[in-house]
Ligand binder design. Structure first.
Ligand code: PLP
Length: 400
């Protein structure tokens, strides 16, 4: 039962929730009435280690006993350690820490401005982004987000964004002109419905950006931190962008965002040019370091690849079995979507009532985002719940 205080005291910017989640352990969560659920939402690709991983709890608790926050007026050992580890995983460069995905993308947009303003005699302000992308709700990140669903009512947004279809290299090639400072894309569009940027598209885009001295910026906020079976989604294509935004899975549930800037542009931001009070606090960085420890120690990236293939294979079986309902499986690793032929909302509700939490996405899709350490039996159980709901749904709704 949701308390009536919910809508009385909270602004209605989120859809009214149906349940109250109060506890979690691994892939399972419990609501306030004691009902158990399999959590294949992970708080929208955030709790990548599952809930309450013992190593994460120890690290965060120990750090809370030492120092929670001191600001970037001082050097923070956990922050330096995290930055070094991220550079080792991504490539030569430097880090700025922040608190969310939208804020990380704001940092990328500001990098594009600084670089574009310095180039040549004519400043370059245009940024080319993909149709159907999602980069966050702050005004800059929203301006880079195409869908009217998010933009309507907030106009006028920032000018100088050009929207072109993902994977259409000719369209990107045409849109990138002498006024373009940067290109910003997701390696897998998450909110848009799990649409992958193809390897050859990213490779050709990287070549065009290098040739024309345009920044290639990757938004890895949802696809990053092991979720796709690579540390960052674009790494499958073998490219190295100029800068990358990360957040969500990085803190395993504790808010932290980060911008990695490759060495060519790593010193673009001078002292005082950018920052945030909470960015890279000792507590946030200890949470992120704990996430990296577990990813390394439990070999989670290789496991994500394997379990992702297992889950994908099971989801693919629904297409011939329920042709009136399901028509495509998209994504890789544990960032998968089952695309439906109808609005997934009633199915998402029925899955929840049957003990499986999943989240919808654009393009009539249901997203499956379990923790990276999900067990095979938990995948089987989730698939069994989907199968049961689909068979009843097909019988009752589709055939009526
Ligand atoms: C690809 C991508 N970028 C940015 C964001 C915004 O992140 P946040 O909600 O942490 O601001 C999201 C959130 O869903 C996202 O999926």
């Amino acid at each position: 039962m949701i308390s009536s205080d919910h809508s009385k005291f909270l602004v209605g910017n989120y859809a009214q929730p149906a349940i109250e989640i109060v506890r979690g352990k691994g892939t399972k969560v419990w609501d306030s009435e004691g009902k158990e659920y399999l959590d294949f939402t992970t708080g929208i690709a955030v709790t990548n280690l599952g809930h309450s991983h013992p190593h994460w709890i120890h690290s965060v608790t120990d750090q809370a006993n030492e120092m929670v926050h001191c600001s970037n007026l001082f050097s923070i050992p956990e922050q330096v350690r995290l930055a070094k580890r991220l550079v080792e995983k991504i490539g030569p460069g430097k880090l700025i820490f922040c608190n969310s995905g939208a804020e990380a993308n704001e940092g990328l947009l500001k990098l594009a401005r600084l670089v574009g303003n310095k180039q040549g005699t004519q400043p370059k302000h245009k940024i080319v982004v993909a149709d159907n992308g999602f980069h966050g709700r702050t005004l800059g990140a929203l301006s880079a987000t195409a869908s009217p669903k998010y933009r309507t009512g907030f106009e006028p947004l920032l000018p100088f964004f050009d929207f072109v279809p993902l994977n259409d290299i000719q369209a990107f090639d045409k849109a990138i002109d002498s006024e373009t400072s940067a290109v910003l894309v997701e390696s897998i569009q998450g909110e848009g419905g799990i649409y992958e940027a193809e390897d050859h598209f990213l490779q050709e885009l990287a070549a065009i950006c290098t040739a024309r001295k345009v920044l290639l910026l990757l938004d890895e906020v949802q696809a990053g931190i092991g979720r796709t079976g690579e540390f960052l989604g674009f790494q499958k294509s073998g490219i190295l962008p100029h800068a990358v935004a990360m957040a969500k899975g990085l803190g395993g549930g504790f808010p932290i965002g980060a911008i990695w800037i490759g060495e060519q542009y790593a010193d673009t931001f001078g002292a005082g040019s950018h920052g945030t009070t909470f960015g890279g606090s000792p507590l946030a960085c200890s949470a992120a370091n704990a996430v990296l420890d577990v990813i390394e120690e439990e070999d989670l990236i290789a496991k994500t690849k394997r379990k992702g293939e297992y889950l994908k294979e099971k989801l693919l079986q629904f297409i011939p079995k329920y042709p009136a309902l399901a028509h495509e499986v998209r994504g890789r690793g544990l960032m998968l979507a089952l695309a439906l032929k109808l609005d997934p909302s009633p199915i998402v509700q029925q899955l929840r009532d049957s003990g499986l939490l999943v989240v919808g996405a654009g393009g009539y899709a249901i997203r499956f985002l379990p923790p990276l350490n999900v067990q095979e039996e938990e995948i089987d159980h989730a698939i069994h719940i989907v199968d049961t709901i689909f068979s009843n749904f097909e019988l009752n709704e589709v055939s009526s």
